[in-house]
Design a protein around this ligand. Structure first.
Ligand SMILES: Cc1ncc(COP(=O)(O)O)c(C=O)c1O
Length: 379
């Protein structure tokens, strides 16, 4: 089976480094918030080109804590996308703030022109969580435009965009805070949960450290009602020793696979993922589009050829049952995002795919096209 993620293959490559990292932690005798977390935070901030990184328990906490540090609280409106992991919105809702959903563009990214028009009309929206979905960096100029014109404060959701660039610049530095995830499937994935808050503002970094550990400012003194959201020492050691040093090569491999898919897939029934101009995607996912009525057929066809696929995401966030329990607003009908939810299929795109497997995927997608054409001709 050609898997969406192949952690056994990854282990064959990284296992030695992982075991050595775990042993180092064990021998150190320090298991929580020690030297490994500290060093990983330094390495991560260098990799990301941000001044500070603070390890937390997961990506959703990074968003929630980030928003709270920016002052988001009950009733505050937070502009965001209906097309993302549910965690993006859940982080907003957990603060009892009100997500305001606005449509995406054709690439599946929050539509920054629509955001501009909305913010011009609505002076009650002061916060935003844009998502660099699929590893496609959002237009940096567009984000800066919103920030500068309306003073909107942002937590950029960079859970999927480790390694992505917009005109050479990493994602996450337009807003005050960037949040990322080390969930195992992510481009920079740990062997369990993890996340980080990145910022260029030393005061926010200091606050993030306090917030992740019960709001404790000095030993047993709690000035804030914080969280228990620490990055494990073991995960930090693994990320630092086994994953970060491979990131450049992993992202390059994802890009090479995406290029091969983009040049090899020729199918009038299947839409290839466009990327905004200026974006060097880190290709966390490779989203194809097919007519909604044919999606299940294409997924079944690929499965029959031993190829796993996914859907990112099958349901727009405001349509999730859990959202009936909370307040949210629709800035527009989000028709494009809903269309993407109905038509998207993710092809395998991980750094351990072989060239032969990539060719098998391309042949299979193209064969689906031929079957379609033959069926139409016969009819
Ligand atoms: C875009 C996006 N935001 C947030 C998250 C949440 O990250 P985590 O699962 O580490 O909480 C994810 C991961 O699922 C994600 O893909």
């Amino acid at each position: 089976m050609i898997l969406a993620n192949d952690f056994q293959r990854q282990w064959s490559d990284t296992g030695g480094d992982v075991l050595a990292a775990v042993e180092r932690v064990g021998r150190s005798g320090w298991l929580v918030l020690g030297e490994e977390v500290k060093q990983f935070e330094l390495d991560l901030s260098t990799f990301w080109g941000m001044k500070h990184a603070t390890g937390v328990a997961n990506g959703m906490d990074a968003i929630e804590i980030g928003l709270r540090m920016l002052g988001v609280g009950p009733g505050d409106r937070v502009l965001t996308t209906p097309l993302s992991a549910f965690a993006t919105t859940l982080a907003i809702v957990k603060l009892r703030a009100v997500p305001v959903f606005i449509d995406t563009d054709e690439h599946g990214l929050i539509d920054l022109v629509r955001c501009y028009d909305l913010l011009r009309e609505r002076r009650d929206i002061h916060y935003m969580v844009p998502v660099h979905l699929y590893g496609h960096a959002l237009d940096r100029g567009g984000l800066e435009w919103l920030r500068d014109e309306f003073g909107v404060k942002m937590v950029e959701d960079c859970a999927q965009s480790a390694g992505a660039r917009w005109q050479g610049t990493p994602t996450g530095s337009v807003g005050q805070i960037a949040a990322t995830s080390f969930y195992p499937t992510k481009n920079l994935g740990a062997m369990g949960d993890g996340g980080a808050i990145l910022t260029n503002d030393p005061a926010l970094q200091e606050q993030a450290r306090v917030m992740r550990s019960y709001g404790e400012t000095t030993r047993y003194r709690h000035e804030q009602l914080g969280y228990n959201s620490r990055l494990d020492e073991v995960q930090a050691a693994i990320l630092r020793a086994a994953c970060l040093p491979r990131m450049t090569q992993w992202v390059a491999r994802r890009r090479a696979i995406a290029d091969t898919y983009n040049s090899g897939i020729h199918n009038r029934d299947v839409g290839l993922p466009g990327v905004p101009e200026g974006t060097a995607s880190s290709w966390h996912l490779f989203p194809l589009h097919v007519a909604p009525a044919r999606r299940a057929d294409l997924m079944e066809h690929l499965k029959s050829r031993g190829i796993a696929t996914g859907c990112h995401y099958p349901t727009a966030i405001p349509d999730q049952p859990a959202m009936s329990k909370v307040a949210f607003e629709m800035a527009d009908p989000c028709a494009l995002a809903r269309q993407i939810c109905a038509s998207e299929i993710s092809l395998p795109i991980h750094p351990y795919l072989t060239d032969d497997e990539v060719a098998t995927v391309i042949d299979a997608v193209n064969a689906f096209a031929r079957q379609t054409v033959i069926a139409q001709t016969a009819a």
